[in-house]
Design a protein around this ligand. Structure first.
Ligand code: GAL
Length: 671
């Protein structure tokens, strides 16, 4: 297994390199990522290449027996480049040019920038494409991050217009599908179509959605340019990857991943300014997304947090135990390599307060020792562990296009796609039921339950797959705002939930968007939720059951006879519809009953204790991860004797897991 560090040799005196590398050796790493922001070092002037620093750094790293991952430096176009080619700069939605001074200051639609990218990538590929120490490449760094996913310059406008022309072929088609008759927006020339810069009210939602699609495709093309350039020169054994961000950007990671050997991810469970880490389920969601991006293929964590992070604001200091816990959680869920960010905190530049394994004074202390313990603990078993399968019984539908449609029309100040996705993911996570995050193109029949949260922007082909899946015995959980829009971001003319009304056996005639501070109440009247009560925030669909059974109703003086949660039999299968933003305890009860009915493996644990199962021909693995910062917990182990894969200690029955404890248990299979 690869374990390493992100290192910036250009930021430290050469005399220090050897000390760093010695310390890395003692730490037990085997790979180092470098160079992803090193453009001005490698090309100090246009066309004048100087690879001496990178050559020397690679030689030094290699002399310690480490492998190297090289970044292409295109996230930071240098000052000379911007001075000479200012048109590569992107613009924000006010049309203001984003200036030089930080990073990601380019638009992927600039042909000049594409050409400049090709040149630097080509030079690097020629130089290091067969270097024995270089095992692979990370192209660019976090595409689209820091609001660089959408750019609104003149260059972008022209590219958007050509993209639309290719997509719709005729203006009549575009006008019809966008409904431009509304507010006199009928276009008579392609050149009239704007990029969605600031307007008095809001842009046409169909235009906005297409703009997001266009931005995502433009990045995919830009990534492909880098990949194809590299492939021309590099050895087959060298891989190409990119470190993704999954925070609702106008990016389609799954499409982009088709051009990469595997994907990478930067794992920051807590970042600058955050008072506490994000929830265990929120971290798990990101890992599941990574695993799903290339259909189950293992991925690298190219940046695994190793210290408190921040630019001008510093966030939460990860507690002793966190680094191991988050590393184990990542590997449990599909990461097959971990690279810690960063080796040492920088003394200058924007990221002075992004702490690393070492801090500014460069002395190894608590965090260094902790990473060392993690690496030592993994030595005996990690290779077999990362090869094992991650069983998955639940499919969670998660589509960036749906996310974009929600960003365009959140409908409530309470709505946030990731938050609402988590509302319907978290109960399964809490019950330690395992699942995959899926898109509309996957085979549903392998899942016992498919959860389709806030399915607002629908896709006809996916609707049909869901209908087939349920007809053949599958179980689907839908939520409020299902079936509202078609792929053009146009509201359906059918009674809600539109095309899926028959499947859910309900109609929704009225609904209410709940703003901050407002909530309703829902009470369970049948099934597993009977007698339970929950607040309902964000949204209430007032449901009229047709063929569905009512499981919960509203406690609202106006709408108290309306259903809030229903269950419908359809063909051989079952469809649940949760009409309101109810809270986790009620959802957990509902999920547990659905898991019972579908014979799905789940285990109840104390809050914040996460279990992850993996299976190989030889062994079963069970990760026990206690995210609780305050308290230890007891975990009832599945039958049999389990061995702590790191220490060899045996466990049966009940395991005591200390606060922030993490371990992997193993049970060999008898053949
Ligand atoms: C990541 C980024 C790194 C560094 C880090 C700071 O998003 O890829 O270059 O900025 O955050 O925590």
């Amino acid at each position: 297994m690869y374990i390493g560090v992100d290192y910036y040799p250009e930021q430290w005196p050469r005399e220090r390199w050897d000390t760093d590398l010695k310390l890395m050796k003692e730490l037990g790493i085997n790979v180092v990522r470098i160079a992803e922001f090193g453009w001005s070092v490698m090309e100090p002037e246009e066309g004048a290449y100087d690879f001496s620093l990178i050559d020397d750094a690679i030689a030094a790293i290699e002399s310690y027996g480490f492998d190297v991952v090289l970044g292409t430096p295109t996230a930071t176009p240098p000052a000379w480049l911007i001075e000479k080619y200012p048109d590569v700069l992107p613009a924000d939605d006010h049309g203001n040019v984003i200036g030089f001074g930080a990073r990601r200051h380019y638009t992927v639609n600039s042909e000049v920038y594409q050409q400049l990218t090709k040149q630097i990538v080509e030079e690097m590929a020629k130089r290091y494409g067969s270097h024995p120490a270089v095992i692979g490449w990370q192209v660019d760094n976090e595409y689209g991050h820091e609001k660089s996913d959408r750019s609104y310059s003149e260059t972008d406008r022209k590219a958007f217009q050509s993209w639309l022309q290719e997509k719709y072929e005729s203006l009549d088609e575009l006008n019809e599908r966008w409904g431009t008759v509304f507010w006199s927006q009928t276009y008579t020339n392609w050149s009239q179509i704007p990029v969605p810069k600031k307007v008095y009210q809001e842009h046409n939602p169909s235009l906005l959605l297409d703009f997001d699609r266009f931005c995502a495709e433009a990045y995919n093309r830009y990534n492909r340019l880098q990949v194809e350039t590299l492939r021309k020169y590099i050895a087959d054994r060298q891989f190409i990857t990119h470190n993704f961000v999954y925070s609702g950007l106008s990016q389609d990671q799954k499409e982009m991943a088709k051009d990469l050997d595997f994907i990478s991810f930067d794992n920051y469970p807590v970042w600058g300014g955050l008072a506490d880490p994000i929830s265990p389920a929120a971290i798990a969601r990101q890992h599941d997304l990574c695993r799903g991006t290339k259909n189950g293929k293992g991925y690298w964590v190219m940046e695994e947090l190793s210290g408190a992070q921040g630019w001008s604001q510093i966030g939460y200091l990860p507690r002793p135990g966190h680094l191991k816990l988050w590393t184990y959680q990542a590997i449990s869920r599909g990461a097959e390599a971990i690279v810690y960010f960063r080796w040492r905190a920088a003394r200058y530049g924007t990221e002075q307060f992004c702490h690393g394994i070492l801090d500014h004074d460069g002395k190894p202390r608590r965090k260094y020792n902790e990473v060392k313990d993690v690496i030592t603990s993994l030595e005996g078993f990690a290779d077999q562990w990362i090869e094992s399968e991650i069983p998955a019984d639940v499919g969670f539908y998660h589509d960036p296009e749906n996310d974009w449609a929600w960003q365009i029309q959140p409908q409530s100040d309470q709505f946030n796609y990731i938050g609402e996705f988590l509302r319907f993911y978290e109960p399964a996570h809490s019950l330690n039921a395992q699942g995959n995050i899926i898109r509309d193109d996957e085979d549903l029949s392998r899942y016992k339950v498919v959860v389709v949260p806030v399915y607002f922007l629908t896709k006809k082909t996916f609707n049909d797959r869901l209908k087939d899946y349920v007809a053949n015995g599958g179980t689907v959980i839908f939520s409020y705002r299902t079936g509202v829009k078609d792929e053009d971001n146009i509201v359906t003319d059918q009674t809600l939930p539109g095309d899926l009304a028959g499947l859910a056996g309900i109609q929704v005639h009225e609904y209410e968007s709940l703003r901050g501070g407002k909530s309703g109440r829902v009470k369970g009247v049948a099934g597993a939720v009977e007698g339970l009560s929950s607040s309902a925030s964000v949204w209430c669909d007032y449901i009229e059951p047709e063929t569905a059974e009512v499981l919960a109703t509203y406690e609202d003086s106006w709408f108290q006879d309306r259903a809030a949660v229903t269950k419908n039999k359809y063909g051989e299968g079952t469809v649940y519809y949760v009409g309101a933003g109810i809270e986790s305890p009620m959802l957990q009860k509902l999920y547990a009953s659905i898991f019972e009915e579908t014979n799905l493996t789940y285990t109840e644990t104390a809050e914040n204790v996460e279990l992850v199962r993996r299976e190989s021909e030889e062994a079963s693995y069970l990760s026990v991860l206690n995210h609780d910062v305050e308290e230890g917990h007891e975990v009832a182990l599945p039958e049999g004797e389990w061995t702590d894969a790191a220490s060899g200690e045996k466990h049966t029955g009940v395991l005591e897991i200390p606060r922030l404890g993490s371990l992997v248990l193993e049970k060999r299979k008898q053949h």
